[in-house]
Design a protein around this ligand. Structure first.
Ligand code: ZN
Ligand code: ZN
Length: 349
């Protein structure tokens, strides 16, 4: 259940979930039950290249938990994976990434680049599925962090046993490369950064053992995307769905790894005069403009301005007087592990 923290209502959920309609291992109703048990407020399903679950009427509100269904598009080389929500249909398979991002923008979809930054090349069985065409236009956002992808990037023939049995331990955070790319885009326009689970619950064989990598219930207690809403999430499905998508479009989002603590209660805003702005918002730059941050527990807090870290402090709260306009975001780290990543607040731009 969501919670009001300061001026905004917070809801946390899981983005990018596969089911047996593509390469996931459980049917959607079973995954929904697992998500409900993990106290998710919303779930966003995205099977590969089909909307079967949506067409079968599986979207809805399940005991206060919102379930929406999009799909994951890929090009003919199986690169440029793109999460597409609110599309009227599955776009043709032979489109290039440039073409399906453009088609999605014309249809006003919520389009999110999936695991864009994969570079692994250690194991032939697990090739990377990156984005290479960054000339695309009209996307809503990017997965700055993808649980399954980070796990696969770190996998070697030598560590796979330990990686398989404690999958959450290896999670460190988004790569510097993708954060830089995201900061650069965001200087020009709003680009939402989300943390996705990319849940499949793959079984892999380790010698005589068959181990399920990241069972759904483990996924749902790891990377979460949190929404910041002006009003509580509606009980009416259509209204709740548009609240969710509007929050994502407007970057009213922060992300966390629940492994290091429940991030519910995190606050990050900028205020001056009678104005107050949180993630995704714009605020004018005037005298005495202050950033305020409050963490659910003590952590290493980093403040980033236009992509450059300007302050780092082991703390639970921060008040900082802004000296320059631009885009601001924060990260909170626990013991060298990324815990919370806000979206940007736009000051004077
Ligand atoms: Zn993918
Ligand atoms: Zn996927």
């Amino acid at each position: 259940m969501g919670k009001k923290v300061g001026d905004w209502y917070q809801y946390s959920g899981a983005i990018h979930i596969h089911t047996t309609e593509s390469d996931g291992t459980k049917p959607i109703q079973e995954v929904i039950t697992i998500g409900k048990r993990a106290d998710l407020d919303f779930m966003m399903f995205a099977d590969h290249m089909n909307l079967n679950n949506r067409n079968a009427g599986q979207e809805g509100i399940y005991k206060n938990m919102l379930v929406v269904i999009g799909y994951e598009h890929n090009d003919l080389n199986d690169n440029h994976h793109y999460l597409i929500f609110e599309s009227p249909k599955v776009y043709p398979k032979d489109m290039t990434a440039y073409e399906y991002v453009e088609a999605g923008a014309i249809d006003n979809v919520v389009g999110i680049m999936a695991h864009p930054d994969e570079i692994r090349n250690r194991m032939v069985k697990f090739p990377p599925y990156p984005w290479t065409d960054y000339s695309v236009k009209g996307f809503t956002g990017v997965e700055i962090w993808n649980q399954m992808s980070e796990w696969m990037e770190k996998l070697t023939p030598y560590n796979k046993l330990i990686m398989a049995f404690s999958p959450r331990k290896s999670m460190e955070g988004p790569t510097d490369r993708i954060l830089k790319q995201w900061d650069d885009w965001s200087k020009e326009k709003r680009v939402v950064g989300v943390a996705s689970v990319d849940a499949h619950a793959f079984p892999i064989k380790l010698g005589p053992l068959k181990v399920e990598i990241f069972p759904y219930k483990v996924h749902f207690r790891c990377l979460r995307t949190h929404l910041l809403l002006d009003e509580p999430l509606s009980n009416d499905f259509e209204k709740a769905k548009s609240q969710l998508y509007n929050a994502i479009r407007n970057c009213r989002v922060f992300n966390s790894n629940m492994r290091w603590g429940n991030a519910e209660g995190f606050e990050f805003y900028v205020e001056n005069g009678n104005n107050k702005a949180t993630c995704g918002d714009e605020i004018p730059y005037i005298d005495n403009t202050k950033i305020k941050v409050s963490l659910p527990s003590r952590a290493n807090l980093k403040l980033i301005h236009n992509g450059i870290e300007i302050l780092q402090s082991e703390t639970e709260t921060l008040e900082y007087k802004i000296r320059d306009k631009g885009i601001y975001r924060v990260e909170a780290w626990k013991k060298n592990r990324g815990w919370i990543y806000s979206n940007h607040i736009r000051v004077g731009i």
